[in-house]
Design a protein around this ligand. Structure first.
Ligand SMILES: Nc1ncnc2c1ncn2[C@@H]1O[C@H](COP(=O)(O)OP(=O)(O)OP(=O)(O)O)[C@@H](O)[C@H]1O
Ligand SMILES: [Mg+2]
Length: 501
């Protein structure tokens, strides 16, 4: 249906695609995998008219193709969900769903009531009920992604491309997404699927293409390739090394002190949180469990002063801090890695070095002078440990691959040396090699005496990473699991209960 032959694409300092051959067939779900920066998004952008290839040929439905814009490709029947949500945040949900193909009345004006009705129906089919008149940005990241999905599924397409569609979805939404993908496959549509979550790939994909440093290193049926071999191919390492290192990188539990470093009590934010309490001791990793909309991100934001609270108290190392003030929280030693990195953090026009050092500058300065050497050391350490792929520390962050941008932001907050670190989905979008590295870094920080709050929709990560898990539901604490109680079964059971604890 859609194929690329010997396609190359070079950016200043990096060959993002090197003679890539790729074929997506009708009625087949094709996994495209590789480390952060391997070239997945670039290939998709070449296939869908965002970039023109430097050399090489594209074929669509049997004839040579050259799309000059994404709209071109869309009109030809290629529907894409990009890694970065490329919808318009200020426009309504409905408008975003029908962007460029709004239903129109006799005078050529947009038929709003029909658009709202159709939008509601398309989303209801996906199990999402929202007010489609509200601006898109008022929705959480997961719900925004469902809107992008509804949009892709409602277009009459022959090829559907999904670049990390599940990265902000909950298990229930992932089920819905897979239902949609199966329907697409039955309708003879070619689906291209990019994800770092291996379980999902094995569940939904038929074929796989593995990219490494812009080259295709493997292509074939996914069922013929076991997980270890897949990872070894991706990382370019021997299977034996991968087996020894394992796939998650958390070590057992931590020795914790008894006096808590963080006490958050009875946090209440109207419509979001009701009497939520969390304590974290130095050296402890406390997980926050719960479904989408259960109040996990809101809890982290309320603690970090990023969300005004109606009532409740936060104390750090015994000292009460003013709630609702980010500067007060930062001064007290709280740092938050937010969920929506694009809106709340990354500065695309600044370099990798500047983005990492940004928040730590006060700590790295003396008498108003910045210690450039210490910054270099710090930046080098994080680039190495998190395997940030950049042509140099001076490259603009906006030019990095999605996963590498995430790593830069994570490095910024880790570099702050806070007393309490709040991590909202720290490994989302990060490849398995670097994910293991992030996890061991979290462990290491806890061992150094930091208190960590971990929010992750990756259940395995939450369970293996946390010493204790506080479970939220509808903005209330419903359970707390400690030590050996922290198991997937207990977590699921706690989420399913209806009575607040
Ligand atoms: N606009 C750009 N300018 C300069 N370099 C770029 C640009 N876009 C991508 N690159 C580089 O091309 C390489 C491939 O990036 P790409 O985004 O395709 O990776 P990816 O496989 O999608 O990674 P991820 O899993 O992190 O999303 C990276 O080294 C990246 O820094
Ligand atoms: Mg990408």
């Amino acid at each position: 249906m859609l194929s690329a032959k010997a396609v190359s694409k070079t950016f200043p300092g990096v060959r993002a695609l090197d003679e890539v051959d790729f074929t997506a067939r009708a009625g087949e779900v094709h996994a495209l995998i590789g480390e952060n920066g391997a070239g997945k998004s670039t290939l998709i952008k070449v296939l869908t008219g965002v970039y023109a290839p430097d050399t090489g040929e594209l074929t669509y439905n049997g004839t040579p193709a050259r799309f000059t814009t994404p709209l071109d490709a869309q009109h030809a029947g290629i529907s894409t969900i990009y890694q970065e949500v490329n919808l318009v945040p200020l426009m309504s949900v409905a408008r975003n769903l029908f962007l460029g193909r709004e239903p129109r009345g006799r005078l050529g004006l947009i038929d709003f009531s029909r658009m709202h009705r159709d939008a509601e129906e398309a989303l209801r089919d996906l199990g999402v009920t929202v007010d489609v008149r509200r601006p898109l940005r008022e929705l959480g990241v997961g719900a925004q992604q469902m809107v992008a999905l509804a949009r892709a599924a409602s277009v009459d397409a022959r090829v559907v491309v999904m670049d990390e569609p599940t990265s902000s979805l909950e298990p229930r939404e992932v089920r819905t997404l897979f239902g949609v993908i199966r329907t697409l496959r039955e309708r003879g549509i070619a689906v291209i699927y990019v994800s770092h979550r291996l379980d999902e790939l094995y569940e939904i994909c038929d074929t796989v293409t593995v990219l490494r440093d812009g080259k295709v290193v493997h292509n074939g049926a996914l069922a013929d390739l076991d997980r270890l071999r897949l990872v070894a191919l991706m990382l370019g390492r021997e299977i034996e090394t991968v087996r020894k290192e394992g796939l998650t990188n958390f070590t057992g539990t931590h020795d914790t002190e008894t006096e808590p470093v963080l006490v958050a009590e009875n946090l209440t934010v109207s419509h979001h949180l009701h009497d939520v309490s969390v304590t974290i001791r130095p050296g402890e990793v406390v997980g926050l469990g719960g479904l989408l909309g259960s109040g996990r991100s809101e809890t982290a934001k309320a603690i970090a002063g990023a969300l005004p609270t109606d009532s409740g108290r936060v104390t750090i190392a015994g000292e009460r801090i003013r709630t609702g003030s980010t500067p007060a929280a930062i001064r007290a030693g709280i740092s938050l890695l937010p969920e929506d990195r694009k809106a709340e953090g990354i500065v695309p026009g600044l370099s990798v070095r500047e983005n990492i050092a940004l928040a730590a500058l006060p700590r790295l300065s003396r008498f108003g002078l910045v210690d450039e050497r210490r910054i270099d050391e710090l930046v080098d350490t994080f680039i190495r440990r998190l395997r940030i792929k950049a042509s140099s520390p001076h490259q603009k962050v906006g030019e990095l691959s999605g996963g590498n941008q995430q790593k830069v932001l994570l490095a910024r907050w880790l570099a702050m040396h806070p007393k309490v670190l709040l991590l909202d989905e720290p490994t989302r979008g990060i490849d398995i090699g670097a994910k293991a590295e992030v996890q061991s870094l979290i462990d290491e920080l806890a061992e150094q005496g930091l208190g960590v709050l971990l929010i992750s929709s990756d259940t395995e990560e939450l369970i293996e990473g946390s010493d204790r898990v506080v479970v939220l539901k509808d903005g209330e604490t419903v359970a707390e699991l400690t030590g050996p109680e922290v198991t997937e079964q207990n977590l699921l059971r706690a989420i399913a209960t209806t009575e607040p604890a």
